[in-house]
Design a protein around this ligand. Sequence first.
Ligand code: SAH
Length: 243
Amino acid sequence: MTFSAQILTLYPEMFPGPLGQSLAGRALAEGLWSCEATNIRDFATDRHRSVDDTPAGGGPGMVLRADVVAAAIDGVANGTPVLAMTPRGRSLTQDRVRALASGPGVTILCGRFEGFDERLFEGRAIEEVSIGDYILSGGETAALVLLDACVRLLPGVMGAALSGDDESFESGLLEHPHYTRPPVWEGKAIPEVLRSGDHAKIAAWRSERSEMDTRSRRPDLWERYSSARGQSPSGARTRKQDE
Ligand code: SAH
């Protein structure tokens, strides 16, 4: 099944952009996913083809019109969930990415200017998604982030099928650090255990580092992880309930 990525944007030429390269690019060429960007402006009805107008109540900037964006959504509707990229949305997580990647695809609305007329979200079933607590100039790069995260999970996209399972966030923890040759670089050696060939010891070291680093770098993740795990002994890696 082909994962369908449909994007509504004022800058369709920004797609597939960087996702035309590397893993995602090869998967696109192989038909594992499709990418179709449509210009919201095609759905404007006045003779200036305007998509935005000044904010009600005054203030700087422009707001994307609900009527024009809704017409665009209706015009491309193909049954995939409709997502709007906005800093007011729910923060994107690996769980949400995994759920989207296992579905038929996504239709993504990319905002510009001050964002969308709020009535759009009352008039259509739209999931508002943020990629983090900072402001981009437009939703296109956010859409590329979301698509990158989804596409790499599609069956057949990643070379080593298993390498997706162990990543940061998949277990609720950050992943352990990685090393490669040379064995000593600028006087710094690769941790001895990783060169021991003892797979059980290596696995234990990795899971210990994974917990240690999560605890120190991401106390928020660590708290969620340890409370989900309840009283079970430390050191054991667990899967989240919904996996
Ligand atoms: N005035 C808005 C920001 C608009 S930025 C506010 O303060 O909430 C312009 C567009 O960039 C947004 O409509 C959205 O599509 C996109 N964008 C900016 N930051 C984003 C983020 N963190 N996550 C997702 N989309 C974002």
